[in-house]
Design a protein around this ligand. Sequence first.
Ligand code: NAG
Ligand code: CA
Length: 361
Amino acid sequence: MAAAAAAAAGWIWRWGWGRRCPGRSGLRGPGPGPTILLLFLLLVGPVAADITDGNSEHLKREHSLIKPYHGIGSSSTLLWDFQGSTMLTSQYVRLTPDERSKEGSIWNHLPCFLKDWEMHVHFKVHGAGKKNLHGDGIALWYTRDRLVPGPVFGSKDNFHGLAIFLDTYPNDETTERVFPYISVMVNNGSLSYDHSKDGRWTELAGCTADFRNRDHDTFLAVRYSRGRLTVMTDLEDKNEWKNCIDITGVRLPTGYYFGASAGTGDLSDNHDIISMKLFQLMVEHTPDEESIDWTKIEPSVSFLKSPKDNVDDPTGNFRSGPLTGWRVFLLLLCALLGIIVCAVVGAVVFQKRQERNKRFY
Ligand SMILES: *[C@@H]1O[C@H](CO)[C@@H](O)[C@H](O)[C@H]1NC(C)=O
Ligand SMILES: [Ca+2]
């Protein structure tokens, strides 16, 4: 039993968030076989739903942008609308070229009615600008409105829904933050994004992420499930996800649109999207949860921010993730194994001592 549990724990380490999902093309093979999976499910039970699915059969083509955008039999271009400076090639979608005062976006044509999803974005930000002479970055969206140009990385302000900002330029000169910086914002239309402060007052969480002018592929994953919002990056060409943002208490409706936009100002960059792949996560909901109309949910966040959360942290670490289901499980497992080991060692020592005592008498 202990061995099986240890194997399961190893499985979690290997297949949890520590690794890029197997669903993406060009990645190492599929997940573990059904036996291990069954064992895992038996041991972990409800926690299993939290593990990245990433399975290619759960890829939702109608919400994904995949190369070749023009290919025969591909409907990618029909499923996505383009606006502004956006330019399509066979290899990438360029939201803005490396020129001043451009803005462009792409928007999924269909609203998304999945309650639990994970979006994998393959992107590339590159340009001739030297350090801190480039901008402004990319925004990824899950919002009520689409195709409306505006000042927030090429898209409208006072949006309804979720935004993930890949901000390459520190507009706030007083910041100690290291850029590029990734942050998230949830809005019900009442909040305005303050560009001069890099959105500091409205961000929920963020992290520093060195994604610009990299020679290899750069990826970002956004997962939304059961009120938990997770952002991971894969920027080091190691085929591994690295945690960036992990917050709970986020409420988003279904029926919003996925999109991506980018903008340049006095400074510029090429902002390219190579692919956006949406995966459905297989998560069960209670009958209570199922009974409500998810399209009527107002975007909101219920966790309370303490003022110190807005204090600069040079490392870019905003907060460490909460103790999630499987982390608690692992802790308990380690504790249990520890107790068992102690008990066994104790028993052996005790027995040895008894034997020695017998010999002396
Ligand atoms: C929108 O959000 C603001 C602040 O986050 C809040 O005060 C307001 O009540 C919200 N409005 C609705 C309609 O939920
Ligand atoms: Ca900025």
